[in-house]
Design a protein around this ligand. Structure first.
Ligand SMILES: O=C(O)C1=C[C@@H](OP(=O)(O)O)[C@@H](O)[C@H](O)C1
Ligand SMILES: C=C(OP(=O)(O)O)C(=O)O
Length: 430
């Protein structure tokens, strides 16, 4: 799909879509419990991949209006009778590779062309130390992966510099192993808030995990536990909301309230403080869960450390592109291991819109200025497409391709933006 975008201001109220990260965890843990309800799940291409995988591991999932009723496998996933296809979802691939370690047989996992380029080495290595046989069919740590179950708890360490999903994946399965596990993190841990989300969800499901941060980070995980997620309501997604909030801040005459944004452990909440630091007029009513942004103020450059919040990088990059002065997005090397190498994607597309940008291994330096309309490529990456849409709303006269990729995390993105008055047209047929 291709869209054209004209200069647009946006006005009105919109309900933030449900959190992708919480939805993945809720489904995965419910599938490992007996009977649970997951209310307000995000239904998107990525979470559908987690639903399908959980079904292959023996859960029965009833999809009703705004809730899932999940009859789980009670911690004993069955050997899947088909290949697990995680499609475009890194979270699904990493979580399900770990779940496969709990089965008494062999599982094959794969994904689309993008997912098959993404690294899994630290997870495979840790699983092998835990008594599982896990490898890439190509011997290069990329999917397709083959996992032969048989996890035994023990001491294991894992690299934290590439993806927190490896650690979340092990935290999800180790409580169900026969013996206790001690999991230590090596290197500077990235994307920490996602581990906190995992720990929060595990605690809700009744798991006991002790975190020891006295000398590095260590998780002490007793084995032989059981999960019971019971009845869980998924909160709103701050990463998805970041596009709405940033759009309102970037274009004058805008006034938008995004609802369903209550405080949670999502690191991407920091988008609110970042917009404030950049000079935006933004108010968060935490009790009501409403964030209101009024456009029209000149934004100022910032330095943004992306270590904990990689998914905000495309949003911050387009904000920097219109801000006064030179911004730096630092500590961002892990952003290269997503659906695309997002630093490369931004460094390729933003200059087409007239942006002055310098790319280094782990940073982007962006000097804000006037944007000009252009034909840009969305890289089949939902976050690149959504971020470029905001730039298009400022520049006008812009087209973006591969826009169907918004279905990964925010299927109603264009509908919501149009509902707020954005001038976006589907030109796939033209
Ligand atoms: O666990 C999660 O839900 C996620 C963790 C992050 O990945 P990394 O830990 O690989 O940075 C994030 O980028 C991704 O969108 C969702
Ligand atoms: C990187 C992302 O997700 P995943 O790792 O699950 O593919 C994302 O949503 O930006």
């Amino acid at each position: 799909m291709r869209v054209s975008i004209d200069k647009s201001s946006i006005k009105g109220e919109v309900f933030a879509p449900s959190s992708k990260s919480y939805t993945h965890r809720a489904i995965t843990l419910a599938a490992l419990s007996k009977e649970s309800i997951v209310r307000r799940p995000l239904i998107s291409a990525d979470t559908l991949a987690t639903i399908r995988a959980s079904e292959l591991f023996g859960a029965l999932i009833e999809r009703m209006e705004d809730k899932l009723i999940i009859h789980g496998n009670n911690g004993k996933p069955k050997v899947p009778d088909d290949v697990i296809n995680a499609a475009n979802s890194g979270t699904t691939l990493r979580f399900m590779t770990a779940v496969a370690a709990l089965t008494e047989g062999t599982t094959v996992l794969t994904g689309d062309a993008s997912l098959r380029t993404r690294p899994n080495g630290p997870l495979l290595e840790a699983l092998n130390k835990l008594g599982v046989k896990a490898c890439s069919t190509r011997g290069n740590e990329r999917a397709p992966l083959v996992v032969k179950g048989g996890i035994k708890g023990q001491e294991v360490s894992i690299d934290g510099t590439i993806s927190s999903q490896f650690i979340s994946a092990l935290l999800i399965i180790c409580p169900l192993a026969e013996n206790s596990t001690t999991l230590s993190i090596k290197g500077q841990l990235k994307s920490r808030p996602y581990i906190d989300i995992t720990l929060e969800m595990l605690e809700l499901a009744g798991a006991k995990i002790h975190t020891d941060e006295s000398n590095g980070i260590r998780f002490i995980i007793p084995g032989k536990q059981k999960y019971d997620l019971k009845d869980y309501i998924v909160p709103g997604d701050f990463s998805s909301a970041s596009y709405l909030l940033a759009a309102a801040a970037m274009v004058g005459e805008s006034e938008v309230t995004v609802k369903n944004l209550f405080p949670s452990r999502q690191g991407d909440e920091v988008i609110i403080e970042t917009l404030r630091q950049m000079g935006a007029d933004i108010v968060w009513d935490k009790e009501a869960g409403n964030v209101t942004v009024r456009g029209g103020r000149k934004l100022k450059a910032i330095t943004f450390d992306a270590g904990a919040t990689p998914d905000l990088v495309p949003t911050i990059a387009v904000l920097a592109a219109v801000a006064e002065g030179t911004s730096r997005i630092e500590n961002a090397e892990h952003v290269r291991y997503k659906e695309t190498d997002r630093l490369r994607a931004l460094a390729t597309e933003l200059p087409k819109l007239g942006v002055d940008l310098k790319e280094e291994r782990d940073s982007l330096t962006i000097t804000g200025g006037k944007l000009k309309g252009a034909q840009v490529h969305g890289w089949d990456d939902h976050r690149i497409v959504m971020a470029l849409t905001l730039a298009g709303m400022v520049a006008g006269n812009t087209t973006i391709d591969t826009t169907e990729s918004v279905s990964i995390s925010y299927p109603d993105f264009f509908k919501d933006m149009r509902g707020l008055g954005a001038r976006i047209k589907d030109i796939s047929e033209e």
